[in-house]
Design a protein around this ligand. Structure first.
Ligand SMILES: [Cu+2]
Length: 329
């Protein structure tokens, strides 16, 4: 069984290598045509380096996880949001003011949250682009990394988003809002909130909360929705783009699962935070239109250390929020 799989994986790898060799060969021909001063040899060497980088990024998965929608080249162009580092001056001026007009939240009770987005001039941002089917994504994570919610406020106009939030347990939470002011890039703004009251019994009627494993030892395989769900990374290193494959197998038969449904316009979503809740990443697969058995993401963890990831997928009309823990060297 093991020999069979690794042989298949080797064949797949050789196939990918051949594809890149051919692509590099064709590209070097084109470069030579386009840039008369560039020798074909130099272009060939550059492409070989690109190919090496790409091979390093590609996670190794079993051959039966192949997806024709996956273009490994798109990994290098994928991006992830790692905070304010890359924001323009205009984007840096965009602020979010968070308020609880009916009082601070208590465990187990819906509390009304308002988020007001304004520019550096203090005027409200009026227009937002639709981003993965919504104008604003709100993610709430408890500081012990056990509780996760990804919910969507309604836009009231005048830069104001509103929604009720129910925190199941008392304690400290961090809130992240993802949105795109029209004409600017996707931005993330964050706030802290303390929730009073004790612990409630956790319930997850609609699957939008993760299960309650805190960040601990690396945890790269989970069972959810009748599937075995596994993470596979390419070369994993802090501050470097790599590929992350999420593979889906039927938990009983081990067969590849290819009937996933789009959730918010994509086969999958990954939200990741470090254990101090300072780095926040929200990434989407390069094969967004796929239905399985694999979702391939490009991701760059800003620092070495422990990260908790929540993958969100949908199958049989049920939203699955699946937690993983990753140690980044
Ligand atoms: Cu998403």
């Amino acid at each position: 069984m093991k020999i069979g799989k690794s042989t298949l994986a080797l064949c797949a790898l050789l196939g990918i290598a051949l594809f890149f060799l051919l692509t590099a060969f064709m590209q070097s021909g084109r470069d030579a045509d386009l840039i008369a001063t560039d020798s074909a040899g130099m272009a060939g060497m550059a492409d070989m380096a690109d190919m090496d980088a790409m091979m390093n990024m590609m996670p190794q998965v079993d051959a039966d996880m192949e997806d024709p929608l996956i273009d490994p080249m798109s990994l290098s162009t994928g991006h992830s949001h790692a905070g304010a580092a890359a924001e323009s001056p205009l984007e840096k001026g965009i602020q979010a003011v968070w308020s609880w007009p009916e009082g601070e939240p208590e465990a187990g009770r819906p509390a009304k949250l308002l988020i007001k987005i304004s520019g550096a001039d203090g005027l409200p941002v009026e227009k937002f682009d639709v981003n993965m089917e919504k104008l604003l994504h709100l993610v709430a994570i408890s500081t012990d990394l056990r509780d996760f919610q990804h919910i969507h406020p309604e836009y009231q106009g005048g830069g104001v988003f509103a929604l009720p939030v129910t925190f199941e347990e008392g304690g400290n939470y961090r809130l992240f809002a993802d949105f795109i002011p029209s004409g600017l890039n996707e931005l993330t703004r964050s706030a802290k909130v303390s929730v009073s009251g004790g612990s409630e019994r956790r319930s997850d009627p609609d699957g939008s909360r993760g299960s309650d494993s805190p960040a601990g030892p690396a945890l790269l395989a989970q069972f959810a929705g009748g599937m075995q769900v596994e993470l596979h990374f390419g070369h994993l290193m802090a501050n470097m783009q790599t590929g992350l494959s999420v593979t889906f197998r039927d938990a009983d038969t081990g067969k590849p699962v290819s009937d996933l449904q789009p959730y918010l316009g994509s086969i999958g979503h990954i939200i990741a935070v470090d254990d101090k809740l300072q780095d926040y990443l929200h990434v989407h697969p390069v094969n967004a239109a796929s239905t399985g058995p694999q979702a391939l993401f490009g991701i760059a963890f800003p620092h070495s250390g422990t990260y908790k990831l929540w993958g969100q997928f949908q199958r049989d009309g049920q939203l699955l929020t699946i937690p993983f823990v990753v140690k980044v060297p």
